[in-house]
Design a protein around this ligand. Structure first.
Ligand code: HPA
Length: 274
């Protein structure tokens, strides 16, 4: 079976289950933001394991489902649980859901994540709109035979992070009084956090934040022509900036602390992103 045949089957399954209504925005909920899916009205959930060809996470406690419903008048599809390269998935597998959304003709993709803060003038707990990204990791989710139905073999990456969507997101943040930084996200595969030297290198290269997700998804989205927006919750200062060691607990705690304002911002952006 070809990739496109699989994508069509996954897409048809989701569409049938969700009543064939056109979805405005797909949202990938990063660490700490999962609860936003509970705020959807008339929500319908579909477990990844029920969707033909969808990857299924085997990590205990990891949610793996789509929640489809209405949020402030927009029809949205949320991914509760994403696929990371560090879990053992290939990059192709990590972006499979994004390609399904493209076949479903969802035109807008909103990626969220937790990230380490590289910019020393910012603070843990800040939110950052992604203006561009850097990926030096040697892999592409699009390596191999190109699915021409999705997009061309060689494609432009100069407008992955939609300028008009970013302007709309900034206006949304302004309107509800949330400070939204804007900067460059650099992808590291993980699962290990970066070394202090890697963080210094990232800063020299122009990064403001580092993280282990989002970029493969954004590449697949760009290939398939989805308009993409990304926001990082900067849960910790990156390695070497502060004396204390990094740990996942800090990531979770900061995520919990800013959850309410992050959710409010995502909602306002969803409401106003046209
Ligand atoms: N590095 C990479 N990924 C992360 C970090 C970090 O410091 N914090 C949260 N996700």
């Amino acid at each position: 079976m070809t990739l496109i045949e699989k994508l069509k089957e996954s897409s048809a399954f989701i569409r049938n289950r969700s009543g064939n209504e056109k979805t405005d925005i797909a949202i990938v909920l990063g660490s700490g933001l999962g609860d936003l899916a509970n705020e959807l009205e008339d929500a319908l959930t579909i477990d990844y394991k029920d969707i033909p060809h969808f990857p299924v996470s085997t990590v205990p406690g990891h949610k793996g489902r789509l929640v489809i419903g209405n949020l402030d008048g927009r029809r949205v599809l949320c991914m509760q649980g994403r696929f990371h390269f560090y879990e053992g998935w290939s990059m192709q597998e990590c972006v499979y859901p994004i390609q399904v959304f493209s076949v479903m003709e969802i035109g807008k993709l909103f990626l969220t994540n937790a990230a380490g803060c590289v910019n020393t003038t910012w603070h843990a707990g800040d939110l950052m709109l992604i203006s561009d990204h850097i990926k030096l990791a040697l892999e592409s989710p699009l390596r191999g035979t190109n699915a021409e139905e999705l997009g061309p073999r060689f494609f432009d990456m100069s407008s992955v992070w939609s300028a008009s969507a970013r302007a709309s997101a900034m206006a949304a943040a302004d309107k509800i009084g949330i400070c939204l930084r804007e900067g460059v996200y650099m992808y590291f595969t993980g699962p290990q956090f970066e070394t202090p030297a890697e963080i210094r290198a990232a800063r020299v290269l122009g990064a403001d934040a580092v993280g282990m997700s989002t970029v493969p998804e954004a590449i697949a989205a760009s290939h398939a022509g989805l308009e993409t927006l990304g926001i990082s919750c900067l849960t910790n200062m990156a390695a070497g900036i502060q004396k204390q060691k990094l740990n996942h607990q800090e990531v979770l705690e900061t995520g919990e602390r800013v959850k309410a304002s992050f959710s409010a911002l995502v909602r306002e952006i969803v409401r106003t992103w046209k």
